[in-house]
Design a protein around this ligand. Structure first.
Ligand code: NAD
Ligand code: IPM
Ligand code: MN
Length: 373
């Protein structure tokens, strides 16, 4: 078969369940690309705790170099108790933040859907969660995460700590434009979540969002919501939302909450996008939204679907292969519909599959879906 294109993917497996779920995602990626006549070279590099153990730093120069030369980056997860006593800038999580900053991936897309096969896996009532289909767009390289930090002794014998929470007009404009263009190809609705009744950053966020959508996306409707009320409404009426755009910290918290709508945090993928390239694709970092899950690591029980679905997003947004992305999505849905389930998705009396077996179940469906076409 002719090699149509050759892709370079940097694989940063990280810590805890990271290597377990990433291995399954890489299998799926290689299989769909090879089946379609493409070549892919996956280069492994260190991040997080694994990188600290090997090099003393969470985002070493060799990893910086590897991601610079890649068409896309796949990441597992970072973090664990072993590294919690590291100084703040040398923690595993600091490595992930440095990676996001280095790639300039300012828009974090976190799709949350309640698939028909998952309706019974959520603790919420079926009539509430059924047909939920929300796309969160989380700002990823600004806000309190990246402002100056301090922690010093104060005059009382205690300490004082600060995190500088700041946003510029340009930072808000670019992520809102991503939300607006995604809403256009979905149901045409954006909800912007902020705390404009208290925070100056949110007041700027609200003004900029209103202007950008009115001037550049007149066909898209916009509603503003306060983050506290939104956190409640999200579980009461999830079908009311299409695209939700919000700042970094709010987006982090709300998407873990939204995972309950999907059935498990182990199901949710993400795409972090940066600047557009000449061919219309974007620099991208792909990772499940969950962490290193130390409580279940090393036991072949983690759900690999979030990582596998992240590969689907990679095919769509960074490799320019939407048909193959559709194939991965269809295979995930088919595997879940056939009642393949990891431990986080089963009820007490059901048998569950391990991480490897779940990956194999999805790959079997990729073959089947491709044959039908
Ligand atoms: P977590 O997301 O790792 O785990 C929360 C809960 O969800 C746990 O009960 C875990 O078992 C479960 N879970 C997570 N992924 C799962 C999967 N694939 N399949 C089945 N169950 C799954 O969050 P945490 O425990 O608060 O954090 C653990 C570590 O991960 C911390 O060091 C944290 O900083 C880090 N973290 C990293 C990332 C990342 O790398 N992107 C994201 C979140 C947290
Ligand atoms: C996530 C994680 C990270 C974040 C941490 C590990 C830095 O929780 O990707 O959601 O807060 O962005
Ligand atoms: Mn998080």
């Amino acid at each position: 078969m002719n090699v149509r294109r050759a892709f370079r993917v940097a694989v940063l497996a990280g810590d805890g369940v990271g290597p377990e779920v990433t291995r399954e995602a890489v299998h799926v990626l290689s299989e769909v690309l090879h089946a379609a006549g493409h070549a892919v070279e996956c280069t492994e590099a260190l991040i997080g705790g694994a990188a600290i153990d090997a090099t003393g730093e969470p985002f070493p120069p060799a990893t910086r170099e590897a991601v610079r030369h890649a068409d896309a980056v796949l990441l597992g997860a970072v973090g664990g108790a072993k590294w919690n006593t590291q100084p703040p800038t040398l923690r595993p999580e600091a490595g992930l933040l440095a990676l996001r900053k280095a790639l300039g991936t300012f828009a974090n897309l976190r799709p949350v859907r309640t698939l028909p096969a998952m309706v019974d896996a959520t603790p919420l009532r079926p009539e509430i969660v059924r047909d939920t289909d929300i796309l969160f767009v989380r700002e990823l390289t600004g806000g309190a995460y990246f402002g100056a930090k301090s922690r010093v002794a104060d005059a009382t014998g205690g300490e004082v700590a600060t995190d500088d929470w700041r946003y510029t007009t340009a930072e808000i404009e670019r992520v809102v434009r991503i939300a607006g263009s995604l809403a256009r190809v979905r149901r045409g609705h954006v909800t912007s979540v902020d705390k404009a009744n208290v925070l100056a950053t949110s007041q700027l966020w609200r003004d900029v969002t209103t202007r950008v959508l009115r001037e550049e996306f007149a066909d898209v409707t916009l509603v503003h919501a306060y983050v506290d009320a939104f956190a409640m409404q999200l579980l009461r009426e999830p079908r009311a939302y299409d695209v939700v755009v919000t700042e970094n910290l709010f987006g982090d918290i709300l998407t873990d909450e939204a995972a309950v709508l999907a059935g498990s945090i182990g199901l949710l993928p993400s795409a972090s996008l940066g600047a557009e390239r000449a061919d219309g694709t974007r620099v991208g970092l792909y990772e499940p939204i969950h962490g290193s899950a130390p409580d279940i690591a090393g036991r072949d029980i983690a759900n690999p679907i979030g990582a596998i679905a992240s590969v689907g997003l990679m095919l769509r947004y960074s490799l320019g292969l939407p048909a193959l992305a559709d194939e991965v999505d269809a295979a995930v849905q088919a595997a879940l519909a056939s009642r393949a389930r990891t431990r986080d998705l089963v009820t007490a009396d059901e048998v569950s599959l391990g991480t490897r077996a779940m990956g194999a179940a999805v790959r079997a469906c990729v073959g089947a879906v491709a044959l039908e076409r």
